[in-house]
Design a protein around this ligand. Sequence first.
Ligand SMILES: NC(=O)C1=CN([C@@H]2O[C@H](COP(=O)(O)OP(=O)(O)OC[C@H]3O[C@@H](n4cnc5c(N)ncnc54)[C@H](O)[C@@H]3O)[C@@H](O)[C@H]2O)[C@H](O)CC1
Ligand SMILES: [K+]
Length: 469
Amino acid sequence: MISAYTVAGVLRAESVALQRHGPTVLMYRAAFAVAQAALAGLSGHLIPGSRALLLVGGGNNGGDALVAGTILRRRGVAVTAFLANPKQVHEAALAQFLKAGGRVVVGMENTSVATLFGRADVIIDGLVGIGATPPLRPAAAALVELANATSAYKVAVDIPSGVHPDTGAAPGVSFAADVTVTFGGVKTGLLAQPGELVLAAVGMDVSAEAVDACSLTEIPGLLGDPGTRADKYSDGVVCVVAGSTTYPGAAILCVGAAVRLRPGMVRYAGPQAAEVVRHWPEAVATGTVSGAGRSQAWVVGPGMGTDQDALDRLTVVIDKPEPVLVDADGLTLVSRHPHLLVSRQLRGRTTVLTPHEGEFARLFPDLDLSDRLTATRTAALRSHAVVVLKGSATIISDGAHTFVNRTGCGWLASAGTGDVLSGVIGSLLATGAPPLTAAAAGVFLHGLAGERLHAAGLAGASQLWDHLR
Ligand SMILES: NC(=O)C1=CN([C@@H]2O[C@H](COP(=O)(O)OP(=O)(O)OC[C@H]3O[C@@H](n4cnc5c(N)ncnc54)[C@H](O)[C@@H]3O)[C@@H](O)[C@H]2O)[C@H](O)CC1
Ligand SMILES: [K+]
């Protein structure tokens, strides 16, 4: 997890830095980091003779791009600046750029535009930064579309133009950055973006402005050290209520994740008790929730179905005083019977909800998923729960604090991985960890397991077990 900052927070820190260092120094530092990223992207090309194209807007973001272009020019790169708005351009940066031998192009009617974009080895997006709000105006949007259609290495200055710096929403076209070089602090809207992220501090101190931070140093403590464990019950028992005759695998995946992550004691309650024990002899399994015995946390929902029997099981779990994680079919049932959640809210009980976007939309139909950060935060506030919105960048929020996870890889969006995630978070909840920490750490570890598995050339939810620790 990384700390992130809103534009307002970055601007407060920036005004202090501007007084201390002055605008020229800050811009040069920013541009230097951009030029470095561009040169890294050009590796494999002969630097002298390679071509860079700058997309230059009218503000300081365009100024950064021009100064980066000046640095590249001095390294022997052929650099052309496309001025989106020639009437408004950072004059000092443009003068330096021209002095260094940079070339300037203005206007889309220029017949060589297609050639210019097609030949570029690297494209630097300095159209807009944190001083603008998407959607992009048509002229800037047209340049972004041309850039996105090329195979050039794409470097975004501060934020990919077209992406909202606070929310990550992109209500129109946005620059498809391979890397974003961001200044001072990572903007919250960047966390959910694909592509690499480089932070250049440029002399700004944003420490007082952090809104969303999570330290990985917490994870070893959560996982527990078996050497100091008094007995099998001592650091928490999780009970998994999952699976059905239609979906027996969900029970095995969810229990397996808990057994492998924190093998103190894992219970199972449901119709797949025999199958679960066959796969995981260390689990203590029973057919009914009422017969499950004491647990410090509960996971309910994966593959349990949505029939009366499933609803009955959910109702018993929902009534437990311990933390409850509701996932999958459990979430569908809760969206049909909202009073179930309200009863936990009224009693101040800890609940974690782990919806994917479809389940989220059923639970919170009025929340706009084009802004996933705000939607998750609002859902958490409204439900008094920790909400984990799963996706390529999973968001975790309790309403006051929001984390965005960046571990993981594409194939984690495959059947069964959600069941594993529930088991991971459930077993962390059983330690007594704060629910937001348990959820964020669980998502992080699950993503890491996915990365390790992918690196080993393997796939499949049941393989994740071996890579969780
Ligand atoms: N934070 C720092 O320490 C540093 C920031 N730097 C860079 O400065 C930009 C912010 O610059 P600013 O001049 O305030 O605004 P922008 O360049 O982001 O945008 C203004 C520019 O955009 C045009 N515009 C506004 N809305 C739109 C739109 N919807 N579509 C198209 N164009 C739009 C507007 O007319 C202006 O021309 C920050 O991101 C950093 O890159 C420093 O240089 C380094 C230190
Ligand atoms: K930009």
